[in-house]
Design a protein around this ligand. Structure first.
Ligand SMILES: NC(=O)c1ccc[n+]([C@@H]2O[C@H](COP(=O)([O-])OP(=O)(O)OC[C@H]3O[C@@H](n4cnc5c(N)ncnc54)[C@H](OP(=O)(O)O)[C@@H]3O)[C@@H](O)[C@H]2O)c1
Length: 304
């Protein structure tokens, strides 16, 4: 991996998938921006990475501070980055709220949906000029969005045509409670966002690639909190956080992904590096277009 590349990415917990994604990128010579809600969290992650691998020099790891649920803050942090960074080769959307009932933010959008979908959407929109500029000289810029198979839990006929549609109450399933089904709604948005972004790149002739993926079932801080007593044994079999970073690293760095752009562009990958055809709402191209259009309107209203 060439040095001098920049990779803003979201996540700070040292027992999470994002930490290990950033750690591996930095260990292989990339300049990485560590997304976190606070300086303390980003600095703690940076310290831990440099302790684990002293070969990572101080100039390779930088904090990128923004609460993904605060769309003005996300946009302003991204715009600030545009003033001093000259390239951006990889953007990884990893951070998420794994399960949360409907709680509305000050714009009337569910906090979890705002964080999991609108945060990455606003960040991508604001960083687009830098992604475009980088792609002009270095084709194969990547935007990697971490989704989840929880998108399959949704009933058919999901719409993304209004703010109300982002806040719908959903039923529990055999897999989880209603809040977990709602997490699936945001993960559906992640998958559709990634596919629509690829269409937009192609229409605008931007030499970039967008994919979504399932990282695998991973023992992270977030999932440890959610495990039910009766599922402890199955949970123990889950993959480790470093293994949870592998599919993202494949999507973000494997040359084959760009060389076979026709195959991988807009795809949903399952561990490791395999394309899985989305099903149900995830296969609905019109829904992807609808999500993009509504998200643009909502973001515009918030930012103006
Ligand atoms: N683990 C799995 O089995 C699994 C399976 C399928 C998909 N995934 C996906 O993998 C990704 C990572 O999951 P994980 O298991 O590593 O989750 P996790 O341990 O809960 O970590 C989530 C991270 O997101 C950050 N975050 C949450 N809200 C944020 C906000 N508003 N602004 C900025 N950062 C925020 C958290 O930061 P704080 O420390 O500040 O809370 C935390 O570091 C997610 O997209 C998830 O949907 C995971």
């Amino acid at each position: 991996m060439a040095t001098g590349q920049s990779y803003p990415r979201s996540h700070s917990s040292s027992n999470g998938i994002g930490f290990h994604t950033a750690y591996q990128l930095a260990s292989h010579g990339a300049k990485v921006y560590i997304g976190a809600r606070s300086d303390e969290k980003a600095e703690a992650a940076i310290r831990q990475m440099r302790t684990s691998n002293p070969a990572i020099s101080a100039d390779k790891l930088h904090p990128f501070i923004a609460d993904l649920g605060d769309l003005r803050a996300v946009t302003s942090a991204a715009q600030n980055l545009l003033t001093y960074e000259s390239r951006l080769d990889i953007l990884v959307h990893n951070a998420a709220i794994l399960s949360m009932p409907v709680v509305l933010d000050s714009y009337g959008i569910s906090v979890a949906f705002a964080t999991n979908h609108f945060g990455p959407f606003a960040l991508t929109k604001a960083l687009l000029p830098l992604l475009k500029k980088t792609a002009e000289t270095s084709p194969g810029v990547r935007v990697v969005t971490v989704s989840a198979p929880a998108y399959k839990l949704l009933p058919p006929g999901i719409r993304f045509d209004s703010v109300t549609s982002f806040n719908i109450e959903l039923e529990p399933t055999q897999i989880g409670d209603a809040a977990f089904t709602r997490y699936g709604l945001s993960k559906l948005a992640n998958l559709l966002f990634a596919r629509q972004l690829q269409k937009n790149f192609d229409e605008e002739g931007i030499k970039a690639l967008s994919v979504s993926l399932h990282p695998g079932l991973i023992k992270t801080d977030g999932t440890i909190k959610m495990v039910r007593p009766e599922n402890q044994q199955a949970f123990a079999q889950r993959m480790s956080p470093p293994d949870g970073a592998l599919n993202t690293l494949f999507a973000a760095t494997n040359p084959e992904v760009w060389e076979k752009k026709e195959k991988f562009g807009g795809a949903y990958l399952v561990p490791h590096g395999k394309i899985e055809e989305p099903i149900g709402n995830g296969a609905n191209d019109k829904l992807a277009t609808e999500l993009w259009a509504t998200s643009e309107e909502v973001l515009h209203d918030i930012l103006t």
